[in-house]
Design a protein around this ligand. Structure first.
Ligand SMILES: *Cc1c(COP(=O)(O)O)cnc(C)c1O
Length: 367
């Protein structure tokens, strides 16, 4: 059996260290917000190369609060891609704004900047590029378009902790970057957590208030907010895990290189590419083939776990029926949704496990 991810194996090496910091947080009593969260915020801001980080309860909250803090709401439009995790679009909808989609670039699977013009109306307020699977979106033309049209840029960096575009860490390039620390992400908590990073102090201050009931001082509520605080335990664990992130991303990149070498002869497959000037951190290693069904059957027969990211593009999900979008509206996302399959990928993966996956793929195509 080859697992898709190894959530248990992930914590074995440093188990004692995690228990120690969790014990420290319990002893301190700083369980919701507090100094362990503040320390992680400083650590993560430094890592990303930005002035501010605000810890919240999840990546979805990071996106939602960033949009709210920018004053985006009913009557506004936010441009993003239909090929992402649904949370990107949920966050837009929950502010009352309308998501407007552009298709993905066929090679990088990230927002196609040349499609932005066709999606622009006078109601547009922001663009959310998604650094899908760990590959940064093509930020320079997106920022240029946003500057020309007075739009804010919010990076959905939930799958790309530590990836770089033009020498800058993702999250630090747009007006704000939103991260998820869901346990399976490249930087994962021991539960749910997320953060927003930004160089904009006013924006950081607003998000800080919104995540804590709009509170400016104790018993003084400047805004209508919500409870989106990060747990102290997550803050402490994340500071510790952040020290391993670069090494773990390197391991993922090694595994990706190995897959690429061993699968390069199979003309039936499209393998992930790394765009020039960008570094891919392979949260997900997704290959593409019209023979996906056959490949999946063979994976099942050989006990190889796999993922499909994402089988239904967001504009075709029942929840977004009210947007009035149809099959045919975003052809690249739609055709790739039928062809993508994600191979096992995690830092602790062994070469023998990669070989088992490769063997199952090769036999599918009679090699
Ligand atoms: C995981 C993810 C999110 C949401 O993060 P949660 O912490 O699960 O709320 C948002 N966008 C993308 C692209 C994701 O992969």
């Amino acid at each position: 059996m080859v697992p898709f991810q190894d959530m248990k194996g992930r914590h074995v090496a440093e188990r004692e260290a995690y228990l120690k910091v969790i014990g420290d947080v319990i002893d301190s009593g700083e369980l919701a917000g507090g100094r362990y969260v503040e320390k992680f915020e400083r650590d993560f801001a430094t890592y990303c190369g930005v002035a501010h980080a605000v810890g919240v309860g999840s990546g979805t909250e990071a996106l939602w609060l960033t949009l709210l803090a920018m004053g985006i709401g009913p009557g506004d439009e936010v441009i993003t891609v239909p090929m992402s995790f649904v949370a990107t679009v949920e966050a837009i909808c929950l502010t009352g704004a309308k998501p407007v989609f552009v298709d993905i670039d066929p090679h990088t699977y990230t927002l196609d900047p040349t499609a932005l013009h066709g999606a622009l109306t006078h109601r547009a307020k922001a663009i959310i590029p998604v650094h899908l699977f760990g590959q940064p979106a093509d930020m320079a033309p997106i920022l240029e378009f946003a500057r020309q049209h007075g739009l804010r840029v919010i990076e959905d960096a939930a799958q790309a902790h530590g990836a770089e575009c033009g020498g800058q860490k993702v999250g630090s390039i747009g007006d704000a970057g939103c991260f998820s620390f869901y346990p399976a992400k490249n930087l994962g908590a021991m539960g749910e957590a997320g953060a927003v990073v930004t160089g904009d102090k006013k924006l950081a201050d607003r998000i800080q208030k919104l995540r804590n009931h709009g509170q400016s001082d104790k018993n003084s509520h400047a805004l209508v907010g919500w409870n989106c605080r990060m747990d102290g335990i997550q803050g402490a664990v994340l500071s510790l895990k952040l020290q391993r992130l670069d090494h773990e991303n390197q391991m993922r990149r090694c595994h990706a290189r190995m897959y690429a070498e061993k699968l390069s002869d199979l003309s039936e497959l499209d393998l992930p590419m790394e765009a020039s000037g960008r570094s891919h951190v392979f949260h997900i290693y997704a290959i593409r083939t019209p023979a996906r069904d056959r490949l999946i059957l063979n994976f099942r027969a050989n006990q190889i776990e796999f993922g499909v990211h994402y089988p239904v593009p967001i504009h075709l999900q029942p929840a977004f029926h009210h947007l009035g979008l149809r099959l045919g509206d975003f052809p690249i996302s739609e055709s790739y949704a039928k062809e993508l399959v994600s191979l096992p990928m995690f830092p602790e993966m062994e070469t023998e496990q990669i070989d088992l996956v490769v063997r199952a793929i090769c036999t599918t195509f009679d090699r």
